[in-house]
Design a protein around this ligand. Sequence first.
Ligand code: GLC
Length: 633
Amino acid sequence: MTAPRAVHDTAARHLAALSRDRRADFALRLDRWWPDLQAAAGELYPDPEVLVGRLVELAAAAYAARPEDLQLLDRRRLLTPDWLQQPDMAGYACYTERFAGDLDGVGERIDYLQELGVTYLHLMPLALPRPGDNDGGYAVADYRRVRPDLGSLRDLRRLAGTLRQHGISLVLDLVLNHVAREHDWAVRARAGDPTYRDYFLVFDDREQPDSYERTLPEVFPDFAPGNFTWDDDLAGWVWTTFNSWQWDLNWANPQVLLEFASLVLDMANLGVEVLRLDAIAFVWKRMGTDCQNQPEVHAVTQLLRTVARIAAPALAFKAEAIVGPRDLVAYLGTGRHAGRVSDLAYHNSLMVQVWSMLAARNTVLARHALAALPPVPASSTWITYVRCHDDIGWAIDDGDAAAVGLSGDGHRRFLSDWYAGSFPGTWADGLVFQHNPATGDRRISGTAASLVGLPHDPELGLARLVLAHAIVAGWGGIPVLWSGDELGLPNDAHWADEPGHAGDNRWAGRPRLDAALVAQRHDPSTVPGQVFGALAHLIRVRAGLPQLHAGAPVEVLPDTDDGVLAVVRRHPSGPLVGLYNVTEEPRPFPAARLEAAGLVDPWNALAGHRVDPDPDGTVWLPPYAAWWVVDHP
Ligand code: GLC
């Protein structure tokens, strides 16, 4: 099925000034993506024709306006469709001002990122937020303006280009579940404009909100209980999943989709290479459900991505869906959405299991849970991470826990106690975020170093930190570091001092990187120097291992020692076995299993040594060992 003549004709009006070749290219892309566009629009809206026509026009206009260097990038990406899966991809995420002052400052720290091996840079929300508390920029007042303290749109465009010249892709957020109540759309809604009132979910009385609340969880039970906020100007209850000043958008209104399609294309033409779809799980609401992970969420992604594939195919999409393991894989595309939604999604389950293994000194639950995850489409890629700017929520499936004889509740309670620093013998120094007495949930904030106990025990803490990063970097996918973790920075002791931050201890895990700290990376006698050296080494070794291409299937070996996680990656160039000891004692692994995995002359690529078994055929993994075993090169 190709696009009808009339649709091509409408698009052609925007393409008149282009060369014949470029026009032909657009026509090819439109035909290629037409079925995906139609299918997704039909899933969402009763009368999709007009919408689809408008989307094609937007795509054509953006295509015509696409700067030349980005057209070249489109061609480059189309020649290497697996660019995100390559083992030399490594990510870094930070707040611009906390990492480098402003956008120009980021440009001046490119050498720092390159020393670390970074090829992907996620700058936290830069768009103009509401004044005052703004959830770290996630309450956007104007998507088309850059925070003036960071620079201008021109600075952003320039930075994107400079990063690209240095082999670093710029990643930015698209906050699409909500806008700030100060955003123009909300302002107009409050002024009584019915068009804009319909951009939001507003209810005259409590009847519907009460019905929804019966099955809705609370994201911020501490500082924003409930999911609806009364607004005097609207004379109604507006849906606010997050804070009371973050108004959820009504994605059932095709106008909202058009607004965001236009934003997506503008960001692509600015030079953004990956869009992080913030809180994407929440965009579609359905009575009687928790209003997360609804199938329409994936149709929304499919529409936005398809429009981008037509106009700016270099742009990739990343789903930020911090959901349970059973819901996660759909964000990379399953069923009718397979291969049509995000290219990337956060591997929240792996992250949680890493912390669980370290605290429990036991891999049984992780092995079961990770092995139980359904396969992902071969074209997609995980974002793997030890932690991010947010708190850690214990997304452990009750069924997985029960399958290995644990209680989900009990284990989650243990993890909260352990990482909050209240369990006997713990090394961790985290902070409890959003205690919910109704569910018993206690999420945890803190830097990676504080969560592994580096400040108290530099030696074992460092070993745990490197181990956690090795598991994540050895999984397959893009490993992303949160700023400061590469220097082993502890929790920011002064996190509450900044205006608007006091109530939100996620700021403890978002330290600032001043010049003196950054300089310590070259001094191996300091903790920052040791951590930086170790993580840069991981990323370097990783880049040289084709087995870590994300397209290679991952298999978690069953029946290993309780303290050992063994992960096999099969690749035409030869297998890789990741061996991880999550305890502080030596643990055994049978050499025969390396052989069974296909290794002839096992060699730990991370430390550069042969893997020598005992005479009885046992390989002993030292405390907190992290080995990537391949055949001797
Ligand atoms: C995402 C962000 C988080 C923010 C929320 C609401 O989960 O990572 O920081 O609070 O969305 O936008």
